[in-house]
Design a protein around this ligand. Sequence first.
Ligand SMILES: [Zn+2]
Length: 370
Amino acid sequence: MHRVTIDLPMLAPGLVPRLSVLHFGQAGSGPKIYVQGGLHADEAPGTLAAHRLAERLAALPEGAITGEVIIVPVANPIGLSQRVLGLHLGRYALDDGRNFNRGYPDVSGAVIAALEGKLSLYEDANTRLLRAALRAAIAARSPVEPVQALKRALLGLAVDADWVLDLHCDAEALPHLYTQPGFVDDFEPFTRLMGARAILTAEASGDHPFDEAISAVWEKVRAAFPLHPFACGGIAATVELRGQQDTEPAFSDRDAEAILGFLTHLGVLKGEAPALPEAQCEATTLAGCSLIDAPATGALQWHVPLGTDVSEEQVIGEIIDAAAGTCTPVRSECAGLFFARSQSRQVLAGQKLGKIAGREPLRAGQLLGP
Ligand SMILES: [Zn+2]
């Protein structure tokens, strides 16, 4: 393993955020895998799983890795530094309020322009050109603003990878995963190993999160050159490792083990691939994922635990305005698995309270929460 550090633009004189990038294996010797944790800096489970994964990879004998694995366990040092009156705020940049996992640049125009007239009928040669054009398109960007520079640095490490796992968590949740519909079968060994309880798919969820910025550019290049073959690449997912409080060693060990097992299935690690547990869910459309709105303001009591298969219009909780003496039921918008919920228990009308993975589309446009 070797470690490379990337200094980002300073947040203040004397205060320079730094990315630590761990490289395992040999570039060009096989598939490139990119794993990052903590892009939302208040989501420790992803960082912990990435750290445990790095420990396990570092302990492997020489030559055990075919290909290259890059791990950035702390993907957002800027977000980690954001503390206000004792509270850590890691989801949005305090400077401009933007979500750290939204608004990644689309470099497909530059990549397509760079490949015009250079492609052949040879998949390997085309894929090499594509990877080089992807790296060049990101390298050509030079934002001076720290958050934009962070996004560029992370994208530059991942954009030419075959596989990308962006490790997150929800507030309180069961393990689940977001990806493209076309990648569900590719990720099946991993979703079974990680015990995913929901797999939410969308061609485009609406605001260009990290994983989609990578998969979309590969897809747009393929669509622009339909007569020229390319290898599969940019197969990316946002992996949600339960909830923010779920930092027990057993969880991070299990998550690292699931990624190691997946790498063995991909042939990146030598050895016998682990048997796959039964799938715990089928993929459902992200457009069918109900974001539960608080119907009133007050103290929230959930009536059902996470993991409940709820029916449409089922009362799943209650909001109590004790001052007025009123109780307002919280009903499910659709049938499906209640798999994630907010940590708030004093809630405001209209606030998002949780998520139910339904089967039928309910929404269009911006499909992710804020
Ligand atoms: Zn997140």
